[in-house]
Every structure is written in C-alpha cells, then in structure tokens.
Design a protein around this ligand. Structure first.
Ligand code: ZN
Length: 114
C-alpha cells in the first residue's frame, strides 16, 4: 500500500475564508484503486492476495482480466454496483466461459460441431 498526502483547499467560513485540509489517500499496489479509508484498503489488498492464492488470478497470462478490472474501475462501475473491480472482472470472465460452454453444448446437440 502506498500513502499519498495532499492538501485540499476548503472554504471554512466567511471569517476564516479558505483553509487547507490534509487528505491522506491509500493506493492499492495491485490495481488503480485508491481510498481515504485505510482499513478498506487493507481488506482490499488482502482480497487480491487471497484470490491470487485460490484462483491464481492476476497472473501475467491473465492480462484481459486485469485490463477489464481497470476499465471497470476507470468508469466507476465498481462504485455503482458496490463491488470490487477485480471481482466484477472475474465474474464477467466466468460469464464468458459459461457462455462458451453453453454454446458448444448447443452446437453439439444440433449437430453443428462436426
Ligand atoms: Zn487493488
């Protein structure tokens, strides 16, 4: 996890005018995700590690899934559906695998696979 410190300019009130507010963001070392919630980032990075171990996700051979996760993150689809970008990417890849399997079965039944 990488930590970045920024100073945001905020309007305090009419007497004080503007003041700076220290904002710390935590950046995932496996993807583009960043948050101000440190505990959330710890859980998020642990999810990466757990998936790497259990499903060998995020290998260099799996570039499509990584690109898809980054695309989901870029368009904030993960925020819209309240799910991690890399889990959504994994889900969509499984949908494609399922479609491929169903399509093969359909062709087999209709005799198109010969
Ligand atoms: Zn991440």
């Amino acid at each position: 996890m990488e930590t970045k410190i920024n100073y945001d300019l905020r309007f305090a009130n009419s007497e004080l005018g503007f003041s700076t507010v220290k904002v710390i963001t935590y950046h995932c070392k496996y993807c583009d995700r960043a948050t101000t919630d440190k505990d959330m980032m710890v859980r998020h990075e642990n999810d990466h590690l757990r998936l790497q171990k259990s499903e060998n996700l995020y290998t260099t051979e799996d570039e499509f899934k990584i690109d898809l996760a980054n695309l989901i993150n870029k368009h904030s689809v993960d925020t819209d559906v309240d799910e991690y970008d890399f889990l959504l990417a994994d889900y969509l890849c499984k949908c494609l695998e399922n479609y491929s399997s169903t399509s093969k079965a359909s062709k087999r039944l209709s005799g198109q696979d010969e």
